[in-house]
Design a protein around this ligand. Structure first.
Ligand SMILES: *Cc1c(COP(=O)(O)O)cnc(C)c1O
Length: 370
């Protein structure tokens, strides 16, 4: 039986492995293992790719989010206890960055067609100081409401961990839409390092400078510590890998789009609801919904036919044990709709799946209950 793996990172990196090995050797031979030109060059290339004024390399995506919030606190725009709105469907890292900084979380559900885009209508009566739209599954979450909130002085923090390269119809890229944005270069992300890495992008020079200092023991220059900071720097070795792969990101994302197009034009099973395919996604995940409580049966049906699948994510962050005693504001209708959402989603293979394989998988899917 043919197998359709969900992911194969070594194969994903194989086309660039020679270039990556050369770059790794360059770093090893340079003797510069913290900071230096490899990091600053990557930061410049990243800022120019995203279209943001600044990019600061950091240790990973969660630290990027934590440092952004911390920087807005230092800048006096946020304080302990302030309310931040998060989409209920997001990965727990979005929430951890807020609770780590003692913000109060209000989890809000999203429009059916746009997971990760919090419905702001739900929170009109709450005094919101910050919002974290999440470009979940790689689709750019942005709308006029978020634009207006940003203009009104609400801190809009994009969780851009899953969507590097995604664009709006007007050509603006995720990472350049909100007040500041966090990117993750976790190996499975669309731009993946060979280990942990992340970045903050923003147009605000003060926030960029505070994040940069916080990530380096809170120092603005050598042996001068203005904040009680951390060690959350980006390694030059990872920066060198990312410089190679950033040059190929658009082709990789175009390949994912072709696979998504193939799925969207060939899956015709009425039990399977397809994601919106409107040119705003870089398809970090291809997530379908299975109606009528048949999700687990569907996954089993795929598995016995060689198709691996996954669920992103099986339960909402606020139902994780770590938050069992924490106060997360979630109303009952959000709880209900998010539980339904979590029980109906399935991620199909996309990262390392050709158009031909997507068509074969679609044929299998079309045979479910038919
Ligand atoms: C991966 C991810 C993060 C965290 O990034 P790390 O680099 O793994 O710390 C944050 N938010 C979302 C939505 C993610 O998918």
């Amino acid at each position: 039986m043919k197998r359709y793996p969900f992911l194969n990172l070594a194969k994903l990196n194989a086309p660039y492995s020679e270039e990556m090995k050369e770059a790794a050797c360059r770093v090893i031979d340079s003797g510069r293992y913290i900071g230096g030109g490899e990091v600053t060059d990557f930061e410049q290339e990243l800022a120019s790719y995203i279209g943001s004024g600044y990019a600061v390399g950091v240790s990973n995506g969660l630290d990027a989010l934590r440092l952004i919030i911390k920087a807005y606190m230092i800048a006096g725009k946020l304080k302990k206890g302030d309310t931040i709105v998060l989409p209920a469907e997001t990965y727990i890292a979005s929430a951890l960055s807020a609770t780590d900084n003692r913000l109060s979380i209000r989890a809000v559900s999203s429009d059916d067609s746009a997971p990760g885009c919090p419905k702001m209508i739900d929170i009109a009566s709450v005094d919101v100081k910050a919002v974290m739209p999440v470009h979940l599954y790689g689709r750019a979450c942005w709308n006029e409401e978020l634009d207006k909130l940003k203009r009104d002085g609400v801190v809009v923090i994009e969780d851009n961990a899953q969507a590097i390269g995604a664009t709006l119809a007007d050509g603006r890229r995720t990472g350049a839409l909100g007040s500041a944005a966090a990117i993750s270069f976790y190996p499975t992300k669309n731009l993946g390092a060979v280990g942990d890495a992340g970045a903050v992008t923003t147009d605000d020079p003060d926030i960029a400078a505070i994040v940069r200092a916080l990530a380096n023991y809170g120092s603005d220059r050598r042996y001068h510590n203005v904040f009680m900071g951390y060690n959350c720097r980006l390694d030059p070795l990872q920066a060198a890998m990312l410089r190679v792969k950033l040059r190929h990101l658009d082709e990789e994302n175009a390949r994912r789009q072709a696979t998504a197009d193939a799925y969207c034009s060939t899956i015709v099973n009425p039990l399977v609801q397809l994601p919106v395919n409107d040119g705003r996604s870089v398809w970090h995940q291809f997530v379908v919904k299975i109606s009528d409580g048949l999700r687990d049966e569907f996954r089993h049906f795929l598995a016995v036919r060689g198709v691996e699948s996954d669920v992103h994510y099986p339960r909402p962050f606020y139902e994780q044990p770590c938050y069992s005693t924490a106060v997360i504001n979630v109303d009952s209708s959000t709880r209900l709709s998010t539980a339904e959402f979590c029980d109906s989603i399935v991620s199909l293979p996309i990262a390392y799946t050709s158009v031909a394989e997507a068509i074969e998988i679609s044929d299998i899917i079309n045979g479910f209950h038919n």
